[in-house]
Design a protein around this ligand. Structure first.
Ligand code: GLN
Length: 578
C-alpha cells in the first residue's frame, strides 16, 4: 500500500479536499485504484450530530456512516464507495482506546497518548486502507490510500495525528509514504506580488515536527510564477517543479487537469516507485465534462427551497447532483436559493410566525416574501431537499402545493418527499391539519410518523441510515411509472437513507387511492420510498424518502435528479418515449 498524506496550513477553507480528490482522480486516470481517509481532529465521534449550518452537510455513506462532506467529494471524484471507518475523528480513536482500557486489555499499564493513541491511529489507517473499494464491478484493495489531515498544522487538536503520521512514515517505509502540503500564496500590493511567507511558516512548522513535504500545492488566485516557486523551493526543501500551482479555475473539475499538466502523476510514481498502468493518464471523459460545464448557453433555472440558504455547504451533495444532471441535459444550471420560511405570507398577528430579527421590519419581510415567490414562479423546476425541525416546513408545503397545481417539475428528497405527502393529504384528501409528528405530535391526521425502531433518547447514529433496497413497480394506477424508467427499468435499486420518520402505514391506502402513487417501497412493502403523480396528471412530481444525491457522480447523474432536469429542460417526454 502506498500512502499519500496531505495536510494544510495557513488557513482553513483552502480547497484541500478538492486538491486531494483531484490527486485521486489523476491517479485513477493513470490506472490505479485509490481509496481515501479523512482525519477530523474534533472530539465528535462523527458528523451526524453536527449542525449543517456550522459544518456543512452530513454526508451519508453506504454503510450508514455519517461523515464529513469531504468524503462526498472523494466518492464523487474517485468513483469509490467509502465506509464509516474512512472518517477518523479524535472522538472515535479515544472511544476505542478507552473501551479497551475498561476491558482491561492494557494489562495494568498506564494508557497514554503516546504510544496508545498514536498506535491506534496507525493501526486504524492501515486497516482501513486495505478495505476493498470500487463501486462498480469487482471490489479491489486499493493501490494508493490518500489521507487528508483536517484542520491546519499547528492546531493543538491535530498534534497527536501529526505525531502518529511521523511514526507512520517509518512503519511503512520511505517509498510507501509521501507527504504533501496545501498552502496559501496570497497576492498583495498594486503589482500583485505573490507572497511565500505563509508557506514558509507552514512548512517550517511541519518540518519541526519531523515531517517534510515532498510536494507543495500553492493555492493562489493567479498562476504561481516560476520565481515564486524558486523561492518556495529554496526555503521549503522541495525541488522547484514540486511546487504546484493550484490557481483559481473556472470550475473545480479543472483541478485534476491542472495537476496533470504539472506532471504530478510522474512525481508520485517516482517517489513511491509505482509503474503507472496508463501513462499519460486517460482523462478525456473528465476533461470533456469539465470543459462542457463552461460552454452551455441555454440555462435551466432550479429553485432550491431550503433552510440554510445562506450557507450553501449545508446542501453540498444536492447542489452537486443538480450540477451533474444539468450537464447530462446540456444546460447551464441557474440555481436560485429560496428560504422556505419566506414563502409564508407575513402576518404580524400570527403568533406562530417567527419574531422579527434585529433591524428587520414587516415591510422587509413582505419584500422577501415577494422575492421568494417570484423566484419560485420563474423556476423551470423545484427541489425541496432533506431537512429537520419545524422551521420552514409550512413554506415547503406551500411550494409543493404550488408545483402540484401549476404542473411545475418538482423533486422532493426525504423531508421534501414527506412534505409532498402532507400537502396531498391536506389539500386533495381534505385531511385537516395533516402533518408529520416531527412537527406536531398530537396532530389530527398524522400522515408522517416516527419509525417504531428508532431510539428516541440518543441522537447519535440512531436514524435509519445507509443503503437500503427499494422495489419499484413498473406500473401504478394504470400508468407507467416515471421512476422505473429513470432507473433504467430496474425493479430493485439501492439508495442511501437518513431519516427518523416515515409515511404512516395506516394512511397509505387512502393516499394512493386518491392518486399519489407509491411506486417504490422497501422489501417489506410497508415503508414508502418513492411517490409520484401519474404523467397524465403532472409532467414530473416525484419524491423519494432516500437521498439519491449521495450517489450522484459527475459522469453518471442520479436518476431522480436527471428526471427533474429533463422535465425542467423539456426533454423528459423524448427520454420516456425512447
Ligand atoms: N426530518 C425527517 C425525518 O427524520 C426528514 C429527514 C431528512 O430529510 N433527512 O424523517
Amino acid at each position: 500500500m502506498k500512502y499519500i498524506v496531505v495536510s494544510g496550513g495557513v488557513v482553513s477553507g483552502l480547497g484541500k479536499g478538492i486538491t486531494i480528490s483531484s490527486i485521486g482522480r489523476l491517479l485513477l486516470s493513470s490506472g490505479l485504484t485509490v481509496t481515501s481517509i479523512k482525519i477530523d481532529p474534533y472530539l465528535n465521534v462523527d458528523a451526524g450530530t453536527m449542525s449543517p449550518f456550522e459544518h456543512g452537510e452530513v454526508f451519508t455513506l453506504h454503510d450508514g456512516g455519517e461523515a464529513d462532506l469531504d468524503l462526498g467529494n472523494y466518492e464523487r471524484f474517485l468513483g469509490v464507495r467509502l465506509g464509516k471507518d474512512n472518517n477518523i475523528t479524535t472522538g472515535k480513536v479515544y472511544r476505542k482506546v478507552i473501551a479497551r482500557e475498561r476491558r482491561g486489555d492494557y494489562l495494568g499499564k498506564t494508557v497514554q497518548v503516546v504510544p496508545h493513541i498514536t498506535n491506534e491511529i496507525q493501526e486504524w489507517i492501515e486497516r482501513v486502507a486495505h478495505e476493498p473499494v470500487q463501486e462498480e464491478g469487482e471490489s479491489k484493495v486499493a493501490d494508493v490510500c490518500l489521507i487528508e489531515l483536517g484542520g491546519t498544522v499547528g492546531d493543538i487538536e491535530s498534534m497527536v495525528f501529526l505525531e502518529a503520521l511521523r511514526q507512520f512514515q517509518f512503519r511503512v517505509g520511505d517509498e510507501n509514504f509521501m507527504l504533501m502540503f496545501v498552502s496559501l500564496v496570497p497576492v498583495l500590493g498594486s503589482v500583485g506580488e505573490q507572497k511565500t511567507k505563509p508557506t514558509q511558516h507552514g512548512v517550517k512548522e511541519l518540518r519541526s515536527l519531523g515531517l517534510s513535504p515532498k510536494v507543495i500545492f500553492c493555492r493562489c488566485s493567479t498562476p504561481v510564477e516560476p520565481s515564486t516557486c524558486a523561492k518556495i523551493s529554496s526555503f521549503c526543501h522541495v525541488p522547484a517543479d514540486h511546487c504546484i500551482s493550484v490557481h483559481d479555475v473556472d470550475n473545480i473539475y479543472h483541478v485534476p487537469l491542472l495537476l496533470m499538466e504539472q506532471n504530478l502523476h510522474n512525481m508520485i510514481a517516482t517517489a513511491l516507485k509505482i509503474d503507472l498502468p496508463i501513462n499519460p493518464p486517460n482523462i478525456a471523459d473528465w476533461r470533456k465534462f469539465a470543459v462542457s460545464i463552461d460552454q452551455f448557453t441555454v440555462t435551466c433555472k432550479i429553485a432550491l427551497i431550503g433552510k440554510y440558504s445562506t450557507f450553501q455547504d449545508s446542501y453540498l451533495s444536492v447542489i452537486k447532483a443538480l450540477k451533474h444532471a444539468s450537464v447530462a441535459v446540456e444546460r447551464d444550471l441557474d440555481l436560485m436559493w429560496v428560504e422556505a420560511s419566506d414563502l409564508i405570507v407575513p402576518d404580524e398577528n400570527d403568533p406562530t410566525q417567527p419574531p422579527l430579527e434585529e433591524g428587520e421590519t414587516w415591510e422587509h419581510r413582505k419584500a422577501k416574501h415577494k422575492e421568494a415567490w417570484d423566484m419560485l414562479k420563474s423556476a423551470d423546476g423545484v427541489i425541496v431537499p432533506g431537512g429537520f425541525g419545524v422551521r420552514g416546513v409550512e413554506g415547503k408545503i406551500a411550494a409543493a402545493e404550488y408545483c402540484r397545481k401549476e404542473k411545475k417539475p418538482y423533486l422532493g428528497v426525504c423531508l421534501g418527499f414527506q412534505v409532498m405527502v402532507m400537502e396531498y393529504a391536506r389539500n386533495v384528501l381534505g385531511m385537516s391539519g395533516a402533518n408529520s409528528t416531527e412537527f406536531d405530535e398530537n396532530c389530527e391526521n398524522p400522515v408522517v410518523v416516527f419509525m417504531p425502531e428508532i431510539d428516541k433518547d440518543n441522537l447519535g447514529g440512531t436514524m435509519r441510515l445507509g443503503a437500503r433496497d427499494t422495489l419499484i413497480t413498473p406500473h401504478a394506477n394504470g400508468e407507467l411509472s416515471t421512476s422505473f424508467h429513470l432507473y433504467g427499468k430496474k425493479e430493485v435499486v439501492s439508495e442511501r437513507h437518513r431519516h427518523r420518520y416515515e409515511v404512516n402505514p395506516e394512511k397509505i391506502d387512502e393516499i394512493s387511492k386518491a392518486g399519489l402513487s407509491f411506486v417504490g417501497k422497501d422489501e417489506t412493502s410497508t415503508r414508502m420510498e418513492i411517490a409520484e403523480l401519474p404523467r397524465s396528471v403532472h409532467p414530473f412530481y416525484v419524491g423519494c424518502q432516500y437521498h439519491p444525491e449521495f450517489q450522484s457522480r459527475p459522469l453518471k447523474a442520479s436518476p431522480p435528479f436527471h428526471g427533474l432536469l429533463m422535465a425542467a429542460a423539456g426533454q423528459l417526454n423524448e427520454f420516456l418515449e425512447k
